[in-house]
Write a protein that binds this ligand. Structure first.
Ligand SMILES: Cc1cc2nc3c(=O)[nH]c(=O)nc-3n(C[C@H](O)[C@H](O)[C@H](O)COP(=O)(O)OP(=O)(O)OC[C@H]3O[C@@H](n4cnc5c(N)ncnc54)[C@H](O)[C@@H]3O)c2cc1C
Length: 394
């Protein structure tokens, strides 16, 4: 998926200009009010960002994932929640690209590429976040259909989405046990949905510390009948849902790493600006060496984080397994973003603690990057497992 560098630069520059003029001046207003930024999302649609990594043959822009990471950095330095609007949508789109049948790609990708339909990704449950195999949501075969029952947790974009990438347990005839299967479910956007085929989906919004302006919901599936054709990959997808999810989560982790770089950059740039304007003891605080050294450390870590994120995106572009690189990037970038956001707040002194400055938003936003798409501890497990495979003692 190589993309002409000039084209990539142009798209990134166009989006960056829009972030400067439209997103940055308005982001805190939407985030503090926890209000969905409809106009910004419409503009992202107009840019084609909902289809940015979907192949051109399905109406997407067919960009490479390095360009995607650069776009997410730009968007997130303005308003991190916008990066989340795109994330679950493109995780589900990527699962369909990689694991769907030809007919399923034709069915879903064109509407996803335009953003006409938006997707949410539903893996986690109350007792199954890190430990995904403990999930309880079940899809029970019934004639040509499946009946879904269970409660999913933390479904970002869950109310506004028209397509759900749903992971549920199904009977596994090979082992006489159960496996996790991915279903792509067409639903109506809204707080509740009662399909004519039967059953009801109800959602309730979760109040959050940060990452506000877009909804994250608990989603209850009560006897919802869906066609067997909703199974990703048809019968070959039976019991292979976690493979699909973990593969697409590599992209999700690159998205989170890029979002972390975006927020870290915003926090760093805010601190640079403030440190040169704020005077104490007769000089700008930047001229107190301890503050300048903090900023030197922040800039160095930010640069390292960006390089790791880009390196993981390049690996993903090669089309080979990139879970270690994506995990390392997600781990490093999110932890660095948390450090930089806190340092930026310290540099802003009391002002950093008020909603007059966006720094408090960066501080509230960064924990999401540490927790979502697998916590830092889980990234270390993924990395350590890969390391032993790579450096196995004979
Ligand atoms: C705002 C938000 C949005 C989200 N959006 C989505 C979404 O759209 N779709 C979706 O499917 N999920 C989503 N998630 C869920 C997210 O992926 C999980 O919260 C995350 O994976 C952690 O799972 P958990 O909350 O169950 O924590 P737990 O798994 O209970 O972990 C609790 C603590 O124990 C640690 N821990 C757990 N197991 C181990 C272990 N084996 N070794 C060492 N430490 C361990 C964890 O690192 C953590 O510190 C979202 C979460 C949040 C907060």
């Amino acid at each position: 998926m190589a993309v002409d560098e000039d084209v990539a630069d142009q798209i990134v520059e166009t989006v960056a200009r829009w972030v400067d003029t439209e997103v940055i001046p308005n982001a805190s207003r939407f985030e503090l009010a926890d209000e969905f930024p409809h106009e910004m999302v419409e503009q992202m649609k107009a840019f084609g960002l909902f289809g940015c990594v979907i192949p051109e043959e399905y109406g997407g822009l067919g960009l490479d994932h390095l360009t995607y990471a650069r776009l997410i950095e730009e968007i997130s330095r303005g308003f991190m929640s916008l990066g989340g609007v795109l994330n679950s949508h493109l995780i589900v789109s990527t699962m369909i690209v990689r694991f769907g049948t030809d007919a399923q790609r034709e069915q879903w990708l064109p509407d996803l590429a335009t953003g006409e339909k938006r997707a949410c990704f539903s893996l986690s449950e109350h007792d199954a976040g890190s430990d995904t195999r403990s999930m309880r949501c079940r899809a029970t075969p019934d004639g040509d259909d499946y009946i879904i029952n269970g409660t999913k947790m933390w479904v970002t974009n869950g109310q506004r989405a028209a397509i759900v990438g749903l992971m549920a347990k199904t009977p596994d005839s090979a082992t006489a046990g159960e496996g996790v299967t991915c279903f792509i479910v067409d639903k109506e956007p809204g707080a509740t949905w009662s399909p004519s085929s039967g059953g009801t989906v109800t959602t309730s919004k979760i109040e959050k510390l940060g990452y506000r302006g877009l909804e994250t919901v608990e989603m209850n599936w009560d006897n919802v009948r869906i066609p067997a054709a909703a199974m990703l990959g048809d019968e070959s997808g039976m019991g292979r849902g976690l493979n699909a999810a973990l593969s697409a989560l590599e992209l999700g982790r690159i998205n989170i790493a890029a979002r972390a770089v975006g927020v870290a950059r915003a926090a760093f740039e805010a601190a640079m600006d403030y440190a040169q304007r704020r005077e104490t003891f007769g000089k700008p605080i930047y001229d107190h060496q301890v503050i300048a050294f903090k900023l030197a450390d922040m800039a160095t870590k930010l640069e390292a984080a960006r390089l790791m994120c880009h390196s993981a995106a390049r690996k993903f572009d090669e089309g080979i397994r990139a879970d270690m690189e994506a995990g390392m990037a997600k781990l490093f970038c999110s932890e660095v973003a948390a450090e930089i956001a806190l340092e930026s707040m310290r540099i802003h002194g009391g002002n950093g603690y008020t909603s007059e400055y966006p720094v408090e938003r960066y501080y509230r936003d960064v924990p999401l990057m540490i927790i979502g798409e697998g916590t830092s501890e889980i990234q270390k497990l993924v990395i350590a497992r890969q390391l032993r495979d790579k450096y196995r003692a004979e």
